[in-house]
Design a protein around this ligand. Structure first.
Ligand code: GRF
Length: 184
C-alpha cells in the first residue's frame, strides 16, 4: 500500500496535530501516511512549536495564494485540518476536492461553526458527537466520514468539557484517518 502524503493545517494549540504526528511516527498512522509539513495561518500558534520540536517542517501564511504555492511543491494526497480557523475559499476547495478533511467538536448536522463545546455546554447537552468530515465550500457542511458519540454529562465546567472532548478527538481523528488512508 502506498503511504498517503498529508499536510496538516493548524491555527492554535495543535493538540490534534500533535497526536497525528505521534501516531505517524510510532503508532497507527505509521504505515499509512507521511506528514510533509504543517501550515499555520497564525504565526503565534503553539502548534508550530510542537511541530518543530517533532521535526516536522512548518510554514506560516495567512494568504491562500501563498499556501497554494507552498502546496505545489508537494505531491499531496490529503490536507488535514486540525483546528484551522481560516475559511478556505471555494477555489481552494475545488483544487483539493475530496482531499480536505476536518474534525468538528459537535454533530455538524446539529451545530456548525466555532465553539462547539461551548454550544454543547450552554445547551446542557448530555451527549454530543464529534464529527470527522470532508470539507466542501460551506462551513462544516461537507460529507460526514464518521462520528463518535460522547457522554459529557459528568463535565461540570466548560473547561472540563473541552479537556475531556479533546482527548476523545485525538484518538478518534487518528483512528478515522488510519482507516481512510488504508482504504482510499
Ligand atoms: C478542536 O476542538 C477541533 O475539533 C476544532 O478545533 C479544536 C482544535 O484543537 N476544529 P487543537 O488545536 O487540535 O488542540
Amino acid at each position: 500500500m502506498n503511504k498517503k502524503n498529508i499536510v496538516i493545517f493548524i491555527s492554535g494549540n495543535g493538540s490534534n496535530m500533535e497526536k497525528i504526528i505521534f501516531e505517524s511516527k510510532t503508532g497507527i498512522l505509521k504505515d499509512v501516511c507521511n506528514i510533509l509539513c504543517v501550515i499555520s495561518n497564525n504565526k503565534n500558534a503553539l502548534g508550530l512549536k510542537k511541530a518543530g520540536l517533532l521535526n516536522i517542517k512548518t510554514f506560516v501564511s495567512n494568504s491562500e495564494n501563498e499556501i497554494i504555492n507552498i502546496l505545489k511543491n508537494y505531491n499531496i494526497d490529503y490536507i488535514i485540518l486540525a483546528g484551522f480557523m481560516k475559511i478556505l475559499s471555494p477555489y481552494f476547495v475545488s483544487l483539493y476536492k475530496n482531499k480536505i478533511i476536518n474534525i468538528h467538536p459537535a454533530d455538524t448536522n446539529e451545530y456548525k461553526g466555532k465553539n462547539g463545546y461551548k454550544w454543547a455546554f450552554e445547551n446542557s447537552k448530555k451527549i454530543t458527537k464529534i464529527t470527522v468530515h470532508y470539507v466542501d465550500e460551506g462551513i462544516d457542511t461537507g460529507e460526514i466520514i464518521k462520528q463518535k458519540e460522547i457522554n459529557i454529562s459528568n463535565c461540570q465546567t466548560l473547561d472540563e468539557l473541552i479537556s475531556f472532548g479533546l482527548i476523545q478527538e485525538h484518538n478518534f481523528y487518528s483512528n478515522v484517518l488510519a482507516e481512510l488512508f488504508r482504504k482510499n
